[in-house]
Design a protein around this ligand. Structure first.
Ligand SMILES: [Zn+2]
Length: 90
């Protein structure tokens, strides 16, 4: 059972209802209803048959995007420390 990853669609499909093809980034099937690409993973079962398991698009990406912490400048030195000048006594 596959579920279309397009949240607006969300259609469910049996294996024989979809065509799994490798479009260069691993096996995917296109949702027959909305055409969204859904990544699957091919596994060879013990009996030699190929089984497909749906994977989320994020998991299928080769280079998972890390939440890169931005190197924030440490306490930037203040340009000109303001010298508080006290009112000069007269
Ligand atoms: Zn769909």
């Amino acid at each position: 059972m596959f579920v279309c990853g397009n949240q607006a669609c969300g259609a469910r499909w049996e294996l024989d209802e979809v065509q799994i093809r490798n479009e260069g980034q691993g096996p995917v099937f296109r949702c027959p209803q909305c055409g969204a690409r859904n990544h699957v993973e091919a596994r060879t079962a013990r009996d030699g048959s190929t089984v497909y398991r749906q994977v989320t698009a994020k998991a299928a990406e080769k280079a998972p995007e890390k939440a890169a912490p931005k190197a924030a400048p440490k306490a930037a030195p203040k340009a000109a420390p303001k010298a508080r000048s006290k009112p000069a006594p007269r």
